[in-house]
Design a protein around this ligand. Sequence first.
Ligand code: TMP
Length: 213
Amino acid sequence: MTGERPRSTGLFVTFEGGDGVGKTTQASLLQSWLTDAGRTVVRTREPGGSEVGLLIRDIVLHHRGEVSPRAEALLYAADRAHHIETVVRPALARGDVVIQDRYLDSSVAYQGAGRVLGRDEVRDLSLWAAEGLLPDVTVLLDLDPAAARARLDADDKPFDRLEAEKESFHARVRAEFLALAAAEPDRFLVLDAALPSSELAAAVRDRVAALLS
Ligand code: TMP
């Protein structure tokens, strides 16, 4: 099992961070920049980047009753297995740039630390599901959970199952993301999500441009 691919294939960029930190905005800005530069971009997300994944997304985010922590971890892993095999790997093989909202680091942070299932077990499960595929770069948008919650409140949308978790859950998630980034400094670009959107976008572009050149 290995995450390595020949460098001539596409580029795999993931965005990570807590809920409400601005991942979708930054992913869109990067997509526009790359598209304007003539690159073919596949914009996707987990959970829910495939038809099967949309069904799984509905369960993990909107099921009203209990979902046991291990079942939740397996559902995210099932979404990942199908999505990587049917969407992401084919795109990378074509030479496209894949820009993805959330990937295996979210499982380690939310299920491993948030649900307290354990970092190594959850990471190994995801690596098995994705046959070892790791991103070329992971942008971590870091924000204090209270500030992120204020942004979600301002959105005025109902919270999903994970967003509705307590502050202590989101504090564990944030700490785990930062620990993951510290453990793999070459893969992660950690940015302070409180900075203006244009500054964040420029930092992301710089890193991606360096990888493409
Ligand atoms: P989002 O698409 O709005 O970011 O919502 C996805 C939610 O699912 C978010 O709260 C984080 C959570 N999540 C996990 O708990 N584990 C995972 O592996 C992934 C990809 C997401």
